[in-house]
Design a protein around this ligand. Sequence first.
Ligand code: MTE
Ligand code: MO
Length: 424
Amino acid sequence: MVTERPRPTRRGEIAEILRTKAGGVTETRDEADKYTVVGAARRRTFANWLTPVAEHFVCHRNDIPDVDAETWTVSLTGRASGALSVADIESGFPTVAVAHTMECAGNGRGQHRPETGSVQWGFEAAATALWTGAPVSSILRASGVDPPNESGENDVGDESDERWLTAVGGDPSDDGDVFARSIPLAKAFDDCILAYEMNGEPLPQEHGFPVRLIVPGWYGVNNVKWVDELRVMDSMVVDGSLDRPGEHAFWQQVAYRIHPRGVDPEPNASVEAVDTWEQLEGAVDHPYTFDENVKSVIGTPDGETTVTPKHGAVEVRGVAWAGDDAVDRVEISTDGGRTWNDAELFGPAYAGAWRLFRYDWRAEPGRHVLLSRATDELGRRQPARISEPDEWRDALDDDAYPWNEGGYAANAYEPNAVEVDVRG
Ligand SMILES: Nc1nc2c(c(=O)[nH]1)N[C@H]1C(S)=C(S)[C@@H](COP(=O)(O)O)O[C@H]1N2
Ligand SMILES: [Mo]
């Protein structure tokens, strides 16, 4: 399996995306020259709840497929059966919309020291959009799949139901790794959709046209673009799971696993815990990047211009999210982390999407370092920094996020500080 090969065509894709997104995004450095990656160009993207398509980051490994929406089909396989055209998906099922904060599991990788290679994201690979489509639960019921349990209460990670939904992308893979990702069937039934619109516009090519999976509150990688197969299985995808050529397990079992240096994670059929943080705390040896860890980013002031207080105050505004858990609290420091004050949460509160926060800062003239840190409803607070390599899980006891070889799921707050000049 060769996964280090550069992909020359990514340059053309990035140029085209930069053109259509007209300044809303900027290119991010990819050490390996493999990914099509652009992220929010300005910190101010994080001062708003809804991210315009033009400011929404893009991340993928293979070329965008050349799609004919008239002939595209989504095959239902494994314990499901049938095939759906795009027209079937649009008109044969209820139309719903979900809000979803998409965050690349590699967001924050560029904050690891030493560097971990690959795409050097800071905090720019996160965005919230409204996605319109058909509920996965409706599609699966219609294709003969029993819901996870009779009560209809889908407890995500419920160990009594070991079934998984594997979504497969129709993107061509030059190194033979099929883009396939598995999520527990309970999550799929709970709130996932097959989306064909983004913020009320037809799904753009680079975001998965004609249909993509949306997994609210779960890391970007689970949100398979250009879906052409949904397979209901008794385990996560492993090599040989699919009826198609190529390697099937790379994106689930090798890449996007959180592990220390020099480790090759073992593939698993299933896991004891789905919640990424619970896995990190010890439930799973080398965690899978499923739901997003609690995190926050200040959007304004953005540090680019000197600010003038109004009536003595400057509004500090930003966003905080916690995957499919709720954000409980956001604290702001305006003195580099010495003291903290509670911010107010406001605006929409959809499961799987970020919250806005604001704080009235009585700002004195001079230069100040602003920080935000969020706590989720389970009491888990963002760590201050990313650890040294090799501390692994012990880092968590030391208010640090474990440095890991793939640079995944980092949620430390100090690297996202903003320096602000206040006019006298
Ligand atoms: N088919 C397919 N789906 C994919 C990918 C990919 O390479 N191929 N990249 C994933 C990753 S790593 C991320 S972070 C999200 C990004 O979604 P966006 O480009 O719409 O922001 O798409 C995911 N879905
Ligand atoms: Mo990603």
